[in-house]
Design a binder for this molecule. Structure first.
Ligand code: LRH
Ligand code: MN
Length: 430
């Protein structure tokens, strides 16, 4: 039997913190009431919020230079699910995990589905991988996959995506995320139009194999690993493709996949208006696709994104059903701690964006009262909503202070005993 944190340990730790939380929650309630806002309404929305964790994020991540694994590294998808379940146990905000194939491949997916169920975890979108070659693979993806100049290589990549759909069906997923590294490093290396035609052809074959209620999430990325051109480099290419591919195709926004200073919340509002927003890979970045912890560098940006999401929900935007997922690489922290804090910071941005007097904001916008509009918009971001986040966790049986409870549990040390150190790859993201 492997070690699991007991609910009684969480309850004991919460007992110590409950009086202070009650006081802070009441005080915040009074402050919000003075601003015409109902704390209970916000807390219930936060309690209903969920974000998926990436299975590839619970192991220590790395870069092309190096990876420094910590103790108790997950050895396989079963260990990864245990760690995902621990994050959910403490935050009550991450009931699903997003798997990646073939990194999470097993021989019997019924066993995997049963284990996940026993751990109280479900599966979110499955991720395909045609950005690496697998041992014994017939054709290489060095020069592309779904947009490779050779039809045989494209067919091989399509077949892998179809296999991911079949696996996802066994796990109860309802979506496939397709990110491809396809692109070029030299002007002239590839025909910029043909590759997009092949992308649509290949994705068309994949969409044709999607179960009726499934969606496919197209993930754009400006660059890396290709450094001159990337086939699906921006939201425009992704939207053209999603519109060409029909009602099951949507555009996924990974916050780290844009040039510095791009107005991502405006891209989000455009994709929502087009009825094509798939959802998000939440993370943060300072320079490139840094895959840093959500809210750690630019929490105001995350806040501005949630503002657009609340606008869409309030006006009941058509086709608006975003999937919320985290996609990060934890190179210098305990991945479990990073994912706990990231889930909390994503909820924080949502709760802050709910703490806005939207009627007054709309009035100021219509009167072009710039400073009043900006002041009202920012008021939510300037609100410390921590009591709301903790209260939502407490009500669902989570930890009032998840990091403190996690550390008090000694979970990492126990896993270091249970999981003999594995010879991990000395570099690379996973
Ligand atoms: C590409 C990406 C994609 C995943 C990978 C792990 O940069 O964001 O979503 O497949 O990271
Ligand atoms: Mn991503």
């Amino acid at each position: 039997m492997t070690y699991r944190i007991s609910d009684s340990l969480i309850a004991e730790d919460n007992e110590k913190r409950a009086p202070a939380l009650e006081e802070d929650y009441a005080a915040l309630g009074r402050q919000l009431e003075r601003r015409g806002l109902d704390i209970e309404a916000i807390t219930q929305k936060i309690a209903a919020f969920a974000v998926a964790v990436p299975t590839w994020g619970v192991g220590t991540g790395g870069t092309r230079f190096a990876r420094f694994p910590g103790g108790g590294e997950p050895r396989d998808i079963f260990d990864k699910l245990e760690d995902c379940a621990t994050i959910h146990q403490l935050t009550r905000a991450t009931p699903t995990a997003s798997p990646h194939f073939p990194w999470d491949k097993v021989s019997d997916y019924r066993v995997l589905a049963e284990r996940a169920k026993a751990l109280g975890i479900g599966f979110d979108a499955v991720n395909s991988n045609t950005f690496q070659d697998q041992p014994g693979q017939k054709l290489s993806y060095k020069f592309g996959s779904l947009t490779h100049a050779s039809k045989a290589a494209r067919d091989q990549a399509v077949a892998h995506n179809v296999e991911c759909i079949e696996i996802g069906e066994k796990l109860g997923s309802k979506a496939l995320t397709v990110w491809i590294a396809d692109g070029s490093n030299f002007p002239g290396q590839s025909n910029l139009t043909h590759v997009f035609d092949w992308y649509l052809e290949s994705l068309g074959e994949i969409v044709a194999r999607l179960p009726g209620h499934w969606r496919v999430f197209l993930e754009h990325k400006l660059y890396e690993p290709a450094f001159y051109s990337t086939v699906i480099a921006d939201w425009g290419s992704s939207l053209i493709a999603a519109q060409a591919l029909g009602p099951q195709a949507f555009c996924l926004v990974d916050l780290g996949h844009h040039a510095p200073n791009v107005n991502i919340e405006q891209i989000v509002s455009r994709l929502i208006r087009a009825g094509k927003l798939a959802g998000f890979h939440f993370n943060d970045s300072k320079y490139g696709d840094d895959d840093l912890d959500a809210g750690s560098i630019d929490p105001f940006r995350l806040y501005r994104v949630f503002h657009e999401l609340i606008n869409a929900a309030e006006r009941k935007a058509p086709n608006f059903d975003p999937a919320y997922m985290i996609d990060q690489s934890h190179n210098v922290t305990d991945p479990i701690e990073s994912l706990i804090v990231s889930a909390v910071e994503i909820e924080r941005a949502y709760a802050q964006a709910l703490a806005v007097d939207r009627a007054a904001l709309q009035a100021a916008q219509e009167e072009s009262d710039v400073m009043e509009a900006h002041r009202l918009f920012k008021a939510g971001f300037l609100t410390d909503v921590s009591p709301i986040l903790a209260e939502a966790r407490r009500r669902k049986g989570g930890a009032i202070d998840p990091i403190a409870t996690y550390r008090a549990s000694g979970y990492r040390a126990r896993k270091a005993e249970e999981r003999p150190a594995v010879a991990g790859s000395s570099s690379g993201i996973v």
